[in-house]
Design a protein around this ligand. Structure first.
Ligand code: UD1
Ligand code: UDP
Length: 379
């Protein structure tokens, strides 16, 4: 058996692990997946809704680390994860994405000499002010099996000096989840319940510290939303970090004065996919949403100066619009006036990425079995 500790902690991790766990479960004779939830996110709307919607099995281990500064959170995950590794003695630690839980567990596993698989490796914004960029660089450097979503990821890893035989171009597990759950999402009554009509509203998400922890930037973004909602209804499921900032900077009242903007709590996966699929456009700083809108062919205006997912611009529906009010409003009005961004499906974003990951893991199983035989013979 190949015992794999699969680590999740934050909202996007749950979406990425769901199809991987399903694909692993098809090989109970060879793969023994164990699920560890670090507890980086903990509100039911950020965690439980996703376990339910995506039918993720209950975690075998909960670390309950919660929030904190980067050092506190990373250190707490490391301290809690080390005894789990010692107890379970896994052959492999499998990590997804680029959150603090990801990098923390990569450090623990590497120091214990446990092999690491990183799903969604190779993404780079080339902007180290973004906490995720540091997490990506460190995790990739320490990983033994690196699973990429796109060709630019392969190039980035080559440039980082990572040997090519560790890199596997498999496609995008976010899209596995999307394609599996889209029919169910389309059945949800959320649009009706919120009195929304497909194609007649825009969807906002915001949570990057560079956007929501700086009152000047957040105010500029609200100015843009204010102008856009004069022409298009806006729906804004707000991340807990953003809700806190709106309160801290006394900006919540400004949002409430916008008659055509509906602020909502964070939405579960199926409802959020229903909202995304029906949107005229999205205004976002989310990584995952740039990818999902590319597949759903919904124009995505990314409120950032850079992206680690450039393929969503070159092939998909994404446009980087930065955080200056005028540019954002101009881009949104452009779409309302009929401008359509491109709409190709990036290679291997076909719903089969998790299967490809598991094929590689099964080869790992064969290697482990051969090694075991060899050790028995030598003994
Ligand atoms: C984290 C990830 C980010 C990812 C995002 C997905 C890091 C460095 N950041 O950002 O890459 O895109 O998750 O959503 O790992 N909070 C709650 N309830 C929760 C979770 C968070 O109230 O369930 C609040 C707390 O005040 C917390 C803040 O949100 O301090 C930020 O949470 P944290 O996990 O540190 O970072 P995110 O901004 O969520
Ligand atoms: N999402 C959701 N409900 C929401 C906001 C987002 O289900 O209210 C989903 C959506 O699929 C998105 C994913 O969560 O792609 C990850 O979102 P987030 O922006 O939190 O993380 P990132 O992708 O930026 O790391």
């Amino acid at each position: 058996m190949l015992r794999i500790l699969n680590v999740v902690g934050a909202r996007p991790n749950f979406i990425k692990i769901a199809p991987l766990l399903k694909a692993m479960a098809a090989h109970p004779d060879r793969l023994e997946p164990i699920l560890v939830n670090t507890g980086q996110h903990y509100d039911p709307a950020m965690v439980d809704y996703f376990f339910d919607d995506l039918e993720i099995p209950s975690p075998d281990v909960n670390l309950g680390v919660g929030s904190g500064s980067h050092a506190e959170q990373t250190a707490r995950v490391m301290m809690a994860f080390e005894p789990v590794c010692l107890k379970y003695q896994p052959h492999l630690v499998l990590l997804v994405g680029d959150v603090n839980s990801t990098v923390a567990c990569s450090l623990v596993a590497a120091k214990l000499g446990i092999r690491i698989a990183h799903v969604e490796a190779g993404l780079r914004s080339f902007d180290r002010t973004m906490p995720e960029e540091v997490n990506r660089e460190v995790t990739d450097l320490l990983s033994d099996l690196l699973f990429t979503t796109c060709e630019d990821g392969n190039v980035n890893l080559r440039r980082a000096g990572i040997p090519g035989d560790r890199v596997f171009f498999v496609g995008n597990v976010m899209i596995d989840s999307l394609l599996t759950h889209l029919p169910m999402a389309r059945q949800r009554p959320i649009l009706k319940e919120r009195r929304l009509k497909a194609g007649e509203y825009g969807l906002i998400t915001l949570h990057r510290p560079s956007n929501v922890d700086d009152p000047a930037v957040l105010s500029r973004l609200l100015d843009a939303f204010e102008a856009i909602q004069k022409r298009l209804k806006l729906v804004f499921p707000a991340h807990p970090r953003t809700l806190k900032s709106l309160g801290r900077f006394n900006l919540g009242e400004r949002l409430e004065t916008m008659d055509n903007l509906l602020i909502l709590p964070p939405q579960g996966y199926l409802d959020f996919m229903a909202l995304t699929a029906g949107a005229k456009l999205t205004l976002t700083d989310s990584g995952g949403l740039q990818e999902e809108t590319t597949i759903l062919k919904v124009p995505c205006l990314t409120l950032r100066e850079n992206t680690e997912r450039p393929i969503t611009i070159t092939q998909g529906t994404n446009t980087l619009v930065g955080t200056q009010t005028g540019r954002i409003v101009e881009a949104a009005y452009g779409i309302l006036d009929g401008k359509r961004p491109g709409g190709a499906v990036p290679p291997l974003w076909d719903g089969q990425a998790s299967q490809r990951v598991v094929e590689v893991l099964l080869r790992e199983f064969e290697v482990a079995r051969e090694l075991q035989k060899h050790l028995q013979i030598s003994a």
